[in-house]
Write a new protein. Sequence first.
Length: 235
Amino acid sequence: MLFTTLFISIQSIAQTTGLGSWNVLTGKLTFNKKLFTMAEFQVRSQHIYKDFSYYEYKAGIGYNFPKSISTILAMGHYLTYNPLIEGDFKDPILNNEFRIWEQFVLENNINRIKIEHRYRIEQRFTSLGYKNRFRYRLNSIIPINHLKVEPKTLFFSAFDEVFINNESPFLEQNRIFIGGGYELNKNITFLGGWINRFDNGGGTNQTWKNFFQLNLILSFDEFKSGREKMPSALD
């Protein structure tokens, strides 16, 4: 796709060294066929479980419309420390951000392939002032040993997400994820893999970095929605 092609073309510009770790804990509680709530905590490091420089936490409430359409209204707190200083959460804080976001998700199946189109609008109150941002993620999940994601299911997962600002640089970030997961039971799902993040600071300030991402997804009473599971991180 276009975003992947663009990403590959700019990989050679710059990169940060080492493989980082990206850890995600996601929780979802479904009340009935329409209403659900969610929360998530993330922590990231510049090397594998060493030199942590970022964390975030967020929560929101969602609504399921008919025919695999859903929305979420959420807010969260995001802290970024200097990634070039060795050690965990070392000052200075580069960005202290409070964020509100609205999300629209459309899901559809192509045989056993589960496709998710996610559109998100963010209102960002950052250390550098107020900003708006638009995000689009194309996410796919392919169950391996069952026709759908259910207990004892292995599955393949991949996505590409682009981040667009309303001011220059308009293309701010791109993320590519390739990995797999396992649904242990109706409440617990593991998802892990490789994620590559491209950051565009404008001009020659362009970097990319590889992470090992590990997700623990806790889902309670999701059967009440009447929908197939689409296990993935919220962010």
